[in-house]
Design a protein around this ligand. Structure first.
Ligand code: SF4
Length: 447
């Protein structure tokens, strides 16, 4: 069971030295109890206390890593039921299924689609994260051949090997021995043998069950057989069952600290109907799946799911923001236009994207407004004439440009007079309200 704040407090040094960033040891203990702080923040905690607290403060959903290198995916470590309670920690991974019964040409096409799936959205790289290699044929040789092909064509892409046959698993795992794959397919009939293979190769074991009760029994047994890292599948396949089981699993893990269900969840969304598959996958994104298996890759489906995942896994307490500075778009000269906006990531990427579309080389002054968008920052008193004037003066942009004109967003046209008062010798031009009108606006000025 999780320790209470007072129980944790009793184990801390009680010097109130504030090194952890909290005013007292008790305040820090309360944060630890709510899983809103990490024990590492206290440099003076004793080894004995570390041992007790380390166990108690371990995240209720066990951290698991799939794959190695840049494309490795971290999962688990979740501590809350609702994103607004704190945040969701590790974005779920999307894995596309390739069966060992598929035609080789189709296999190659799917692998290429995985490699080509990466997009850049508001500064983050989003992609289909893994390949789910399925032993549909039940033939060990077929699984081995497919594993070789995947390893050869996509050596950096993390893989999940799915088979119920321990011997087939062993042959496939040899191919990915150093790449931290997941072995999926342990069930009530093969658990002993699969656990043996998983511990031998030191890989995460994926356990599949018929319901939560059986799942609990199986994870406890796997643990007793020496398996530490697991991903779990309750057997739910219909949307309603996925929602119910995923919620019960997360609730048991984070509210009751129930260790047998404290593992990342794998969800199977494959459907013949792509729209339905996307909806099931979206349900998994919103409700606690750590790996979502898809049947195919389509650009529209990727875009919808990537965007949803990014939104759900953004920390709601920390707006996404970019660095305050003067950004050069294209190769601006000293005569090129200068625009200003706030440092909310989405605002920056949309505005800079539209300036790029205009093909008019420009400078974009991006002002730190704590990640708020233009209107919100203005309403909060962070995007004011005085602050804009101060930023422009301190930015040094005056040394880069020969003119003294700044284009402000149309939504804050009201600031134009006040900015001219504060920025002596400058002309303020009111730009369009919406970023999508920027290309026409800039082109008309250039012509
Ligand atoms: Fe207490 Fe440790 Fe925080 Fe110091 S750093 S106040 S000893 S919890």
């Amino acid at each position: 069971m999780a320790l209470t704040g007072v129980e944790i407090f009793k184990l801390l040094p009680k010097t109130n030295c504030k090194k952890c960033g909290h005013p007292t040891c008790l305040a820090f203990a309360m944060k630890l109890a709510q899983r809103q702080a990490s024990l590492d923040a206290c440099p003076d905690v004793s080894e004995e206390a570390k041992k007790i607290l380390g166990e108690a403060s371990a995240p209720p959903v066990r951290p698991i890593t799939l794959g190695v290198g840049e494309k490795a995916v971290k999962m688990g470590e979740e501590t809350v039921l609702f994103r607004h309670d704190k945040k969701f920690v590790n974005p779920c991974a999307f894995a596309v299924e390739i069966k060992d019964t598929d035609e080789e040409a189709n296999v190659v096409k799917t692998i290429e689609a995985v490699l080509d799936s990466e997009i850049d959205r508001v500064g983050q790289k989003l992609r289909v994260d893994a390949i789910f290699i399925s032993n549909e044929s039940n033939d060990a040789g077929a699984l081995e051949s497919l594993s070789k092909l995947v390893s050869q064509k996509a050596p950096d892409v993390p893989v999940i090997i799915s088979t119920k046959d321990p011997a087939a698993a062993e042959a496939a795992l040899k191919i990915f021995a150093e790449k931290k794959p997941i072995l999926f397919g342990a069930n009530s009939e093969n658990l002993d043998a699969m656990a043996k293979v998983a511990t031998q190769f030191k890989v995460t074991l994926g356990i599949t069950a018929k319901g939560l009760e059986e799942l609990t029994t199986l994870t406890e047994k796997a643990k007793s057989l020496g398996v530490e890292d697991m991903v779990i599948d309750s057997g739910a396949r219909k949307a309603k069952e996925i929602l119910e089981d995923n919620t019960l699993i997360r609730r048991a893990a984070v509210k009751k600290n129930f260790k047998p269900l404290g593992y990342p969840v794998i969800t199977f969304a494959q459907r013949d109907d792509s729209m339905l598959e996307t909806l099931i996958a979206a349900l998994g994104v919103a409700k606690y799946s750590s790996i979502i298996v898809l049947s195919s890759i389509e650009k529209w489906k990727n875009l919808a799911l990537f965007t949803l995942r990014q939104n759900i896994y953004t920390d709601p307490q920390v707006p996404m923001q970019v660095e305050q500075k003067i950004y050069k778009i294209g190769e601006p000269t000293s005569d090129s236009p200068l625009m200003i906006t706030t440092n909310f990531s989405l605002t920056y990427f949309i505005v800079s994207g539209e300036i790029e579309n205009s093909k008019v080389p420009s400078r974009l002054a991006v002002m730190d407004c704590e990640g708020l968008s233009v209107l919100t920052a203005w309403a909060a008193g962070k995007f004011t004439a005085a602050k804009i004037a101060q930023f422009i003066k301190e930015s040094g942009v005056e040394n880069e440009i020969s003119h003294r004109e700044i284009i402000i967003p149309g939504y804050v046209a009201i600031l134009s007079g006040a900015i001219e008062d504060k920025l002596e010798g400058w002309k303020v031009t009111v730009g369009p309200r919406e970023a999508n009108a920027l290309p026409a606006f800039l082109k008309s000025r250039a012509s």
